[in-house]
Design a protein around this ligand. Structure first.
Ligand SMILES: Nc1ncnc2c1ncn2[C@@H]1O[C@H](COP(=O)(O)OP(=O)(O)OP(=O)(O)O)[C@@H](O)[C@H]1O
Length: 247
């Protein structure tokens, strides 16, 4: 889940797509790859209380991923948590041999235990994000239905193409996900039309509406599929899960 713009719905989409995939019987690992630890918080975990996180797994050879991955309250959804420690990794990794492949290397031992591994990137195109792109089969780009949302997408796609050429030939854009859509405003519809015009079939049919239900789920520490299972937001992420499975 990648977009260097902040606050576009990366974390919300990682949690809720993961939970929806799990409802369809898929085994899911969520990787919090943002030092803010919002994904961990959104699943009811206090990141600052953790002794070991994804940071220790990628920086310390003696720490094995199996000991750091934890179960969540959601059946079939596990979490590799993160906290502020990860902010040091961006600088520390620069000196490492094979620095772009670090995340892929540490995920490999657990990869066959899951049907989907979703990585929640931080809002930057730095080395941690390049690590996520190097480990991934596909990128989902959440795009806020706001005027400036298309700014920066060209740079993101350029980065994805460079990673595909130089580090990970199988990398693909799985889809572009329109988020924070407000069906009452012409503005949202205009932005959506421009996104479809620019990216065509790459855009998921699923559109995530703007609703206060999502901030509520963060406070509750639960995905929307559990917090408000019959809400439109839960239905939307279930539809997205079906699209992702189909793609
Ligand atoms: N569809 C939505 N409707 C209303 N609020 C939303 C929606 N999706 C996310 N939010 C809220 O917007 C804020 C930012 O969302 P989120 O954390 O998912 O974005 P992000 O791209 O991961 O942010 P960052 O770049 O900081 O990691 C959060 O408070 C979240 O609860």
């Amino acid at each position: 889940m990648c977009n260097q713009k902040g606050g576009v719905g990366k974390t919300t989409s990682t949690i809720n797509l993961g939970a929806a995939l799990a409802e369809y019987g898929r085994r899911v690992l969520l990787v919090d790859f943002d030092p803010q630890g919002a994904l961990s918080v959104g699943l009811g975990i206090q990141p600052h209380e953790l002794d070991q996180t994804v940071y220790n797994v990628i920086m310390e050879r003696s720490v094995e991923i199996e000991g750091v991955v934890r179960k969540t309250r959601v059946e079939n959804v596990d979490l590799l948590p993160s906290n502020i420690d990860l902010s040091a990794a961006e600088v520390q990794l620069v000196a490492e041999v094979g620095r772009e492949h670090t995340l892929l290397r540490v995920l490999r031992p657990v990869m066959d235990q899951y049907d989907y591994v979703l990585v929640d990137c931080q809002p930057s195109l730095g080395l941690l994000t390049v690590n996520a792109l190097t480990a991934a089969d596909g990128v989902i780009i959440p795009l806020e239905c706001e005027f400036f949302s298309l700014r920066g997408v060209a740079l993101l796609i350029d980065t994805i193409e460079k990673v595909r050429e130089r580090l990970n030939p199988k990398l693909d854009i799985t889809g572009i996900l329109a988020t924070m859509f407000d069906p009452r405003t012409l503005h949202s519809k205009e932005v959506m039309a421009r996104v479809v015009e620019a990216f065509g079939d790459t855009v998921f049919d699923t559109v995530i509406n703007r609703t206060v239900r999502f901030p509520e789920t963060t406070v509750a520490g639960e995905p929307i599929t559990r917090w408000a299972p019959r809400s439109a937001g839960a239905a939307a992420y279930r539809q997205l899960a079906r699209e992702v499975i189909a793609r």
